[in-house]
Design a protein around this ligand. Sequence first.
Ligand SMILES: O=C([S-])c1cc(C(=O)S)c[n+]([C@@H]2O[C@H](COP(=O)(O)O)[C@@H](O)[C@H]2O)c1
Ligand code: NI
Length: 408
Amino acid sequence: MTTSAWFDCSSGAAGDMILGALLDAGASVAAVQQAVDAVVPGSVTIRTETVKRCGLSATKVHVDTDPSPPHRTWHSIRALLTEAALPEPVRERAQSVFSRLAHAEAAAHGTAVDDVHFHEVGALDAIGDVVGACMAHHELGVSTASSTPLALGSGRANSAHGGIPVPTPAVLRLLAAHGAPARSGEFPFEMCTPTGAALILSMCSSWGGMPPLRILGNGMGAGTRDLPEIPNVVRVVLGHPAAGEFGTAESGADEADTPPATDAVVVDANIDDLDPRIWPHVLARLMAVGASDAWLTPILMKKGRPAQTLSVLCPPHLLPAVRETIVTETSTIGTREYHVGKRELAREFTTVMVGTAAVQVKIARYRQRIVTAQPEYRDVVAAAEQLGIPVKTALARSIAAAERMSPQ
Ligand SMILES: O=C([S-])c1cc(C(=O)S)c[n+]([C@@H]2O[C@H](COP(=O)(O)O)[C@@H](O)[C@H]2O)c1
Ligand code: NI
């Protein structure tokens, strides 16, 4: 059954607070440490401490790092994540968080995305927070999430460049890319960091108060300060969606079983003069900059010319990078762009064994029924190699094992 999370970010959000909330809700430090070690072996230690915030018990995360880590660009962090032995959904979410941060920082400072240096806004500390939170979210089996509007704070924050205004430019860029709701909040300091905003945006597809849930658990992740007025925590509540049971406005079966549509953009271009051998490279580049999908449709253009329509689906914050890739890598001199609502079934991941090889399977449900179970192709190929069997046999065995594990 689908597990949903609701984040209470009314006291703001930071990477360590989100990780603390997910650990407090039941994710294991050992799994988080293993995921972080897969990306930067031996460089980061995750510790937790039980503290009080406004008299309430909460989990404070400490990310102990190598004292003089190398400065890392988005380009180098993307490579580390690509190579790391991580569950696929953890890799994808961590890449999406760093991609959002890189685009926001690049836009705020007018620099190239690939060259954004993760120093304060990254390095080992952020790898610990981001990879750790993505792993904890995965381990808890969360498939849909929502959040209160983010409280941002006001005043000034210190950065490597001196005092910067709060809400900080990177946080505003991150929120603007999604049209996400936010408010200033009660306090004259930075309540929401770029990493906190990027993590919440990557996990949450809707905003507001707690939705109808059959409650399974909750967690409180402590911020550094203990404020006398309100608990300085991110709270997470876990539960099974229960809209249908409570007969609320959201109780239509479709609404209860599919997360709300998220804003996405489709970019199209009709192209009749690109050497066809270049197309696979163009599609690969578009996926590498973070497009959700990129495809070609054969068409007959004006003057009877055979051509291709290139179509790219991407989140709004990636539009500048997608546009740049299309105009530099293809021969088009223009694009058509339109906003669409992107709706996806909630996904769960499970691991099945094919002989001695582990294969991860993506499962989607509609109205509680499994409607698709797809083994990760990369794991299937690795299993075939490991067991010395054809890929088609490994694929058939993976699907059969998934169906045995998750009967309808
Ligand atoms: O150092 C830079 S460039 C920097 C830029 C910005 C912008 O908003 S632009 C913000 N910050 C501050 O760095 C710390 C760390 O943030 P994390 O997300 O890594 O926790 C935070 O105070 C930011 O406001 C730095
Ligand atoms: Ni910055």
